[in-house]
Design a protein around this ligand. Structure first.
Ligand code: HEM
Length: 203
């Protein structure tokens, strides 16, 4: 959804991939270190709309998953009774003066800033998401390959008018973007050849 609402972000991601790879082959996870903008795109997407609704953009707090204490505990001067809900909260993670804007440039290519966001998105400590590496690598592969070979733009409604997504996201304990109509076109003859190769592999 972010790709079609922010075509300029899509173009920047494509330019980064083109500069390193050309269209010789599809980018893979081994190319990750060369694509800071694509990595920032992923961090920003997860910051902006974490699949588990953690980010309270309006109150400018980024809250972790709630946990309950198994026994009494003490933190600094605070006594925390058994059963108390502990919700981590971080104001700094929203990075900059305009947290409501979708802007991969806010990380300035700095991986520490991206990791700060991702540590909240995937949780931390003993209950940290065990699927985080799988999720991060899958997201990179899912984003980088289409960026290299496709232009993705808003789809058309039945009267041929451009249709932008109406809803930002679904509600619930896991959130996803609402239905989105998109148009996908290959970027060049070379990109089409790569697409044909993929079709041959996956049948
Ligand atoms: C973008 C994708 C994902 C996000 C944002 C995400 C986020 C989270 C979060 C926030 C937690 C709770 C952490 C905490 O309690 O502090 C969690 C737990 C967990 N996640 Fe993920 N996750 C993702 C993908 C995955 C995948 C792909 C797998 C499995 C392959 C997975 C398996 C788990 C499991 C098993 C737990 C429970 C861990 C525990 O309670 O000890 N997650 N995840």
């Amino acid at each position: 959804m972010k790709m079609i609402l922010h075509l300029e972000v899509q173009r920047k991601g494509q330019a980064e991939i083109d500069a390193v790879k050309g269209f010789g082959r599809l980018p893979s996870n081994s190319d990750k270190p060369n694509f800071p903008y694509v990595r920032a795109f992923i961090a920003e997407s997860l910051r902006f709309m974490p699949p588990i609704p953690l980010c309270q953009l309006i109150s400018q707090n980024f809250q972790g998953d709630p946990h309950a204490l198994k026994g009494d505990d003490v933190y600094g001067n605070y006594f925390l009774p058994k059963g108390a809900w502990i919700i981590t909260s971080d104001r700094d993670t929203l990075l900059g003066p305009d947290p409501m804007a979708f802007n991969p440039d806010r990380y300035k290519g700095n991986d520490e800033a991206m990791e700060q966001v991702l540590s909240l998105v995937f949780g931390f400590g003993r209950r940290q998401c065990p699927g985080r590496l799988f999720a991060k690598n899958s997201l990179f592969a899912l984003l980088a390959a289409p960026l290299a070979i496709c232009d993705i733009s808003p789809g058309l409604d039945i009267s041929g008018r451009v249709e932008l997504p109406k809803r930002l996201c679904t509600s619930g304990s896991v959130i996803t973007p609402g239905p989105v109509r998109i148009s996908v076109k290959s970027r060049s003859v070379a990109a089409e050849a790569l697409l044909a190769e993929i079709e041959e592999v996956i049948g």
